[in-house]
Design a protein around this ligand. Structure first.
Ligand code: ACO
Ligand code: OAA
Length: 380
């Protein structure tokens, strides 16, 4: 196999079909099951988008009510998950905490399944597992942050929808509608993005006929890296390092001289800007106004314009979502777990799609190690 046939990082390689979402860098658009993501973010609760990703259609009022009822049943932290989280040191990264919690949920739920031959589950079982995981994640993320802050667990509230309840469990007070709306939009924008690295990891795991929980655990591992989901956390580290808009030019001179990657910029597929950024930036603007923090908007705009002018590389979704989550009051280390809570919907939609039309994912490699050789003196 010649060098030119190898596509490092599978760049530009089409590996399968998907009907879950369409990313189009030419038209700078993103469709979930045919619907533009901007339209969904402007009109739908996150629960309806989760339903859409799993079922292919937006829910009727009754279907949405049923999903909401089911989601409420699985909102509370279970004893096993709480005990597992409490065993972890407070210094553990929240991504490791959430990964562990999902693993525990899987082990408990799969307890009676016996053989690995039964692991992959029926379509009905996998849809139910998806709903349960999506319902359980907010309490895990919220409790993790509260534990690190030395605060008590807050129980979920049945009278609140997904986003309002998530913020309630994280902060112990009812969030302002402006904040709930911005948060809901961020969940929708983060929910799905075709064959990104974490989704592909989930599909690879699913392709071996492993179970949905194992696939989600693997996806969380892939999402943690700063070249993928970890970038929303990294954006805030960078913004804190820069301090204010006045420092951007000098900071950027040094960072680029040191050949640093500027997190929150660039994308494997979008080369002229991420389709989701304008919607998330608009949500960030509402938060800037709500919290009266023009300094955040100034730093955001200055770093964006300077970096684009110098490198021609545009922000991705993690760039506006990082400061948005910070304004809402989340700890920086909690940002990527928020991404998990949203993306679990897309991951599980892909897991079910992969399972429904499976082929073991096992590409080839070109060997470039030492040529065949033999142990001197024969066998020891
Ligand atoms: C929700 C998401 O997961 S979106 C992605 C979040 N990740 C980040 O924000 C991390 C920062 N960005 C990056 O590292 C990259 O842009 C990636 C990984 C997202 C995409 O990478 P690729 O498509 O593989 O592009 P690649 O990394 O090869 O970049 C091409 C060139 O642009 C440069 N470049 C790309 N992004 C950046 C950046 N953020 N800062 C500085 N330079 C960059 C690269 O150094 C490379 O330069 P070179 O040709 O001189 O070597
Ligand atoms: O598509 C990608 O490579 C990364 C991304 O933006 C996402 O997963 O949301």
């Amino acid at each position: 196999m010649s060098e030119t046939e190898i596509k490092k990082g599978l760049a530009g390689v089409v590996v399968d079909y998907t009907a879950v979402s369409k990313v189009n860098p030419e038209s700078n658009s993103l469709l979930y099951r045919g619907y533009p993501v901007q339209e969904l973010a402007a009109t739908q609760p996150f629960e309806a988008v989760a339903y859409l990703l799993w079922n292919g259609e937006l829910p009727t009022a009754q279907q949405l009510a049923e999903l909401r009822t089911e989601e409420r049943k699985h909102r509370a932290l279970t004893e096993q998950v709480r005990a597992a989280i409490d065993l972890l040191p407070l210094e553990a990264h929240p991504m490791d905490e959430v990964r562990t919690a999902v693993s525990v949920i899987g082990a408990v739920d799969m307890g009676g399944s016996g053989s690995v031959l039964d692991a992959s589950g029926s379509p009905e079982q996998n849809l139910q597992r998806s709903i349960q995981l999506y319902a359980a994640l907010p309490a895990i993320v919220a409790y993790g942050q509260r534990r690190r802050r030395g605060l008590e667990l807050i129980e979920p509230r049945d009278d609140l929808d997904y986003s309002a309840n998530f913020l309630w469990m994280a902060f112990g007070e009812e969030a302002d509608p402006v904040v709930i709306d911005a948060f809901n939009r961020s969940m929708i924008l983060y929910a799905e993005h075709s064959f990104n690295a974490s989704t592909f990891a989930a599909r690879v795991i699913t392709s071996t006929l492993s179970d949905l929980y194992s696939a989600v655990v693997g996806a969380i591992g892939a999402l943690k890296g700063p070249l993928h989901g970890g970038a929303n956390e990294a954006v805030l580290h960078i913004m804190n390092e820069i301090g204010s808009a006045d420092n951007v030019e000098a900071w950027l001179d040094k960072a680029l001289a040191e050949k640093r990657k500027i997190m929150g910029f660039g994308h494997r597929v979008y080369k002229n800007g991420d389709s989701r950024v304008p919607t998330m930036k608009a949500a960030l603007d509402t938060l800037v106004e709500h919290y009266d923090r023009p300094d955040v908007a100034e730093l955001y705009s200055k770093l964006e314009s300077e970096f684009v002018a110098r490198k021609g590389i545009y922000p991705n979704l993690d760039y506006p979502s990082g400061p948005a989550y910070s304004l809402i009051g989340f700890d920086t280390l909690t940002f990527t777990p928020l991404f998990i809570a949203a993306r679990v919907t897309g991951w599980t939609a892909h897991i079910m799609e992969q399972a429904a039309s499976n082929a073991l994912i096992r590409p080839l490699s070109a060997y470039n190690g030492v040529e065949e050789r033999h142990v001197e003196g024969g066998q020891a």
